[in-house]
Design a protein around this ligand. Structure first.
Ligand code: P6P
Length: 334
């Protein structure tokens, strides 16, 4: 039986191989993974842990927070603030950045996260997840929100942990995508897939169809062609999935291909999209690109977008490269 490679061994060997992962980054990733294990435990308790349902608070997006949103956020803050690897953190659940308290050493990295993405699925026992992104703090004294406003191509690590039938951590540090499955008996993440590759073509699309009447014409054109099946322009039938949990939809696409779309729509025309650039679209887009896929906002490569606000939103089209290229081309032709 093949020897089990733990996440710790994987990261140590990456650090040993020409320092692909500097020691402080390795510590950061191990701490985040440990926090994800704690979140997984809390999620798995469900009603037994008294953690379901809404808290009496709203986040910066004006969304009612779930108790587990707050728990997951606190777990990530408490796990990461003491290690000396971070200067500050930013979260979907916090309006401003969180500075590492002065009683702890300050590090060179910035950690951004959506502590529990897809939280509308928590109470109905459908997969949810944690998304994280790591940037390097620019030179200079102190740290401010401005330091976080870096394009996604500047990330040094990105990943997510999906809390589903398995708890799986997916990670890239810029040399491909690896997957680690939580071995609950050992209490550690074990390498279960390396060099993940997304098929360039697919027959499966993911979008919330109830918004169809609000879409821009290029998106409607693409989905209509998928629905026409083999009698139509595409000459093949398509399947549709929508889990309403980006982490779960992206994990399926990494595993068997597909295209995920949460595009701009005319319900709130001033908003570029629903999903957040810094801690949802950027980490997921890097992972998708590292696995041979593509990610645009319909017009621009998501990783090239220069952010102007910490919580800014973006239109997301990502997954199998040939399909994303097609939707992007339809936007250019519109
Ligand atoms: P809708 C979850 O709230 C989320 O941010 C993503 O994880 C998911 O893809 C999307 O929103 C679902 O949105 O409008 O279909 O409920």
């Amino acid at each position: 039986m093949a020897q089990k490679i733990s996440l710790t061994r994987y990261l140590v060997e990456k650090q040993r191989d020409n320092n692909t992962i500097p020691s402080h980054l390795r510590l950061l990733l191990e701490v985040v993974a440990r926090a994800c294990k704690s979140i997984s435990q809390a999620v798995n308790k469900g009603a037994l842990g008294g953690v379901l349902g809404a808290a009496e608070t709203e986040n910066i997006q004006g969304e009612v927070q779930k108790k587990l949103d707050i728990i997951a956020n606190e777990v990530l803050i408490e796990a990461n603030e003491w290690g000396g690897h971070l200067a500050a953190m930013a979260s979907e659940e916090m309006e401003g950045i969180y500075l590492v308290p002065n009683r702890y050493p300050q590090g060179e990295y910035l950690l951004l996260f959506d502590p529990l993405d897809g939280s509308s699925n928590i109470d109905v026992n459908v997969s949810i997840g944690t998304i994280f992104s790591v940037l390097v703090k620019p030179e200079g004294a102190g740290v401010s929100e401005q330091d976080f406003l870096q394009a996604g191509c500047k990330q040094v690590a990105a990943g997510y942990c999906v809390y589903g039938p398995q708890t799986t951590l997916v990670l890239t540090v810029g040399d491909g995508v690896s997957m680690f499955t939580l071995d609950r008996e050992q209490g550690s993440f074990v390498l279960t897939q390396e060099n993940v590759q997304i098929p360039a073509d697919t027959k499966e699309f993911a979008i919330n169809m109830s918004n169809m009447r609000h879409w821009a014409p290029p998106v409607k054109r693409y989905v209509d062609e998928c629905l026409q099946g083999k009698e139509g322009e595409r000459g093949k039938d398509f399947n549709m999935r929508w889990i309403a949990s980006m982490v779960a939809d992206v994990h399926r696409i990494l595993t068997r291909g597909g295209i995920f779309m949460y595009p701009w729509d005319k319900r709130e025309p001033e908003k570029p999209g629903k999903l957040r650039l810094m801690y949802e679209a950027n980490p997921m887009s890097w992972i998708i690109e590292q696995a041979g896929g593509a990610a645009t906002n319909g017009k621009t490569r998501i990783l090239d977008i220069e952010p102007s606000k910490l919580h800014e939103r973006v239109s997301v089209i990502l997954g199998s490269k040939n399909e994303v290229d097609r939707v992007t081309r339809y936007h250019a032709e519109a």
